[in-house]
Design a protein around this ligand. Sequence first.
Ligand SMILES: Cc1cc2nc3c(=O)[nH]c(=O)nc-3n(C[C@H](O)[C@H](O)[C@H](O)COP(=O)(O)O)c2cc1C
Length: 177
Amino acid sequence: MKTIINLFHPDFKQSRVNKKLVDQVKDEFEVRNLAELYPDFMIDVKKEQQILERADRVVLQFPMQWYSSPALLKQWEDQVLTYGWAYGSKGTALHGKELLVAVTVGADNYGHDDFVGYTVDELLRPLQATSHLIGMRYLKPFAVMGASSISDKNLQKAAEEYEQYLQKDVAALGTFE
Ligand SMILES: Cc1cc2nc3c(=O)[nH]c(=O)nc-3n(C[C@H](O)[C@H](O)[C@H](O)COP(=O)(O)O)c2cc1C
């Protein structure tokens, strides 16, 4: 199975957590640093589409920012997921492929009974709905919580868990899960 990891980090040089995750898996899986490829947000749409076409599993890895994704991921969606290719009656290029969100979350006070009031999975709904529209199988997201203050030991553990998560079959979620 061909897995592509598309990394969206606006400041990867300053990254600790995403860098550790990438270092853990980069020998095994293809990692593409989109912010480095497209520092001016001018995305090569054809190239990005070709890369998705040859993947079975597409991982979107990013740090949570303002309860959402970095702007370049939104730009990538807007530009790459075109009508007639990704959606619409003839837009079947991604049908049946897997979409896995891997997110690092600075805080750990998420959930209905905690400060944020929403779960991380709920905040990722726009990506889940997009996955549904483009016919991809949306896998249970991988999240590293408390990323802003995670200890070296727990970060090492999270990186190993990420590697294992990428190696295995992961259940697809239903629309409302
Ligand atoms: C502009 C910005 C917005 C952020 N917004 C959030 C947020 O909404 N929720 C949260 O838990 N963490 C937030 N964070 C913290 C990041 O998620 C955290 O620093 C990151 O996941 C750590 O990964 P890194 O070491 O790879 O940068 C934000 C950070 C930045 C720079």
